[in-house]
Design a protein around this ligand. Structure first.
Ligand code: RTP
Ligand code: MG
Length: 156
């Protein structure tokens, strides 16, 4: 891909029930970090929908309480776009455990708005395959492929 272009990647972000009251501050952090919010939807998941979304964790010890937590109130699903969106959003949110995040990444979203290893404020897709699945889960009509932006016209 040409040296004047970038790939705009998409990722799925969730604001979890424990941080829904901090939505405005979290959106400010997202926009200040150069993301565009392409889609936004507030939903309350059923246990069945949540189990489907987190099916990779089915059978783990924390699965039942994760589903109880994630269905305890509304969440905000967003499609974020940026160069390297998946990695950049994971970096901005910090480590999974909010207690640990406050030690190692005190400016991260999970350090600032989460509580512990379960109530950790936000979710971010962990790979391009996950991002595609998770974006489609919440936004069935959304385009998920990376798109080139800023490429000189003569290269097309
Ligand atoms: P996420 O998927 O939400 O972005 O978080 P992650 O990749 O950093 O963490 P993951 O391992 O995928 O776990 C999914 C969510 O399950 C909850 N969790 N609870 N030991 C526990 O009690 C425990 N471990 C994980 C968290 O809410 C985590 O984000
Ligand atoms: Mg995960």
């Amino acid at each position: 891909f040409g040296k004047h272009g970038i790939f705009v990647e998409r990722t799925l972000a969730l604001i979890k029930p424990d941080a829904i009251q901090n939505t405005n501050e979290i959106e400010d952090m997202i926009l200040k970090s150069g993301f565009t919010i392409l889609q936004k939807r507030r939903v309350t998941l059923t246990a069945e929908q949540c189990s489907d979304f987190y099916s990779e964790h089915y059978g783990k010890k924390f699965f039942p309480s994760l589903v109880a937590f994630m269905t305890s109130g509304p969440i905000l699903a967003m499609v974020l776009a940026r160069e390297n969106a998946i990695g950049a959003w994971r970096e901005l949110i910090g480590p999974t455990n909010s207690t640990q995040a406050r030690e190692s990444h005190p400016e991260s979203v999970r350090a600032l708005f989460g509580t512990n290893e379960q109530k950790n404020a936000v979710h971010g897709s962990d790979s391009p395959v996950s991002a595609e699945r998770e974006i489609r889960f919440f936004f069935p009509n959304c385009i998920v492929e990376p798109v080139p932006v800023g490429r000189p016209a003569k290269d097309y």
